[in-house]
Design a protein around this ligand. Structure first.
Ligand SMILES: [Zn+2]
Length: 264
């Protein structure tokens, strides 16, 4: 039986992306419209690798803000595509998949010289800690999948997110498509080179996914969030412990439950 692979796609770590205008759909900058193509091409390169590695089902989620960035008519016909909102679950049915790929991801908030670093929202989230350790979206999505027994098998993006992936996810296949120099600057590979790396990485990740362990976090799972703005801490809400005027904490037995409590 072929493997089932779920792919989460963000935009900041896509090959060819190095500045804010490329990922800000609301502004409709010409650079954004070009970057949508880059995103779609990275997805197709990844699907190609998954199929070559033995996947029989690939579900790809358009996971950058709003979920409306893929150029649908240009997507590889061998996969299925989740777009827009996904209801209560960030990755619906993730426990039924053999592996999770994080494509086009970025480093956690505060990482020096990382392309478009942030955690969840650069406007709202200043810092996020998991059991006392600062983490980013790589660990959040790996944790949600790990809770359901699904390993995170590949992460693509700049050198900083690859370093982060290696640090937290044993056995993961990091795919570096650019070398970050600044929040908005990087040394890019050519499109052909980047796609070759993504296809090769996805193939390897799918082939080896049975040997990669799910990312697990010791219970109780404690999540602490420092917000950018004052006056937004959900004081008085169930399970919330206020740390200071911008910071609060929740804890739970599982990653998923803590994540729900964080969002109320
Ligand atoms: Zn994003």
């Amino acid at each position: 039986m072929g493997k089932k692979i779920f792919v989460m796609v963000d935009m900041e770590g896509i090959s060819g992306v190095f500045c804010r205008a490329q990922v800000a759909s609301a502004e409709g900058h010409p650079l954004y419209h070009a970057a949508r193509k880059y995103l779609t091409w990275d997805v197709n390169a990844c699907v190609e690798g998954c199929i070559r590695g033995g996947a029989s089902k690939v579900v790809v989620r358009d996971a950058h803000g709003g979920g409306c960035h893929f150029i649908w008519e240009e997507l590889d016909p061998r996969a299925e595509y989740l777009r827009g909102h996904s209801g209560k679950e960030r990755m619906p049915g993730i426990g039924t998949f053999d592996g999770l790929i994080l494509l086009g991801y970025h480093a956690m908030a505060g990482t020096p010289a990382a392309v478009l670093e942030h955690t969840m929202s650069s406007k709202a989230w200043q810092n996020f800690w998991l059991n006392g350790v600062a983490v980013g979206e790589v660990s959040i999505d790996a944790g949600l999948a790990g809770d359901q027994g699904t390993p995170t098998i590949m992460v693509s993006g700049d050198d900083k997110v690859c370093r982060e992936a290696r640090r937290f996810l044993k056995g993961v296949v990091p795919v570096q498509v650019k070398q970050a120099l600044d929040l908005e600057g990087a040394i890019l590979l050519s499109k052909e080179q980047a796609h070759r790396r993504i296809t090769a990485g996805a193939k390897k990740a799918v082939e080896t996914c049975a040997a990669i362990r799910p990312y697990t976090v010791k219970a109780p799972v404690k999540m602490r969030l420092e917000l950018v703005s004052r006056g937004r801490v959900p004081a008085g809400r169930a399970h919330v412990r206020v740390i200071d005027g911008r910071t609060f904490e929740v804890s739970a037995r599982t990653f998923t439950e803590a994540w729900r409590r964080l969002h109320g």
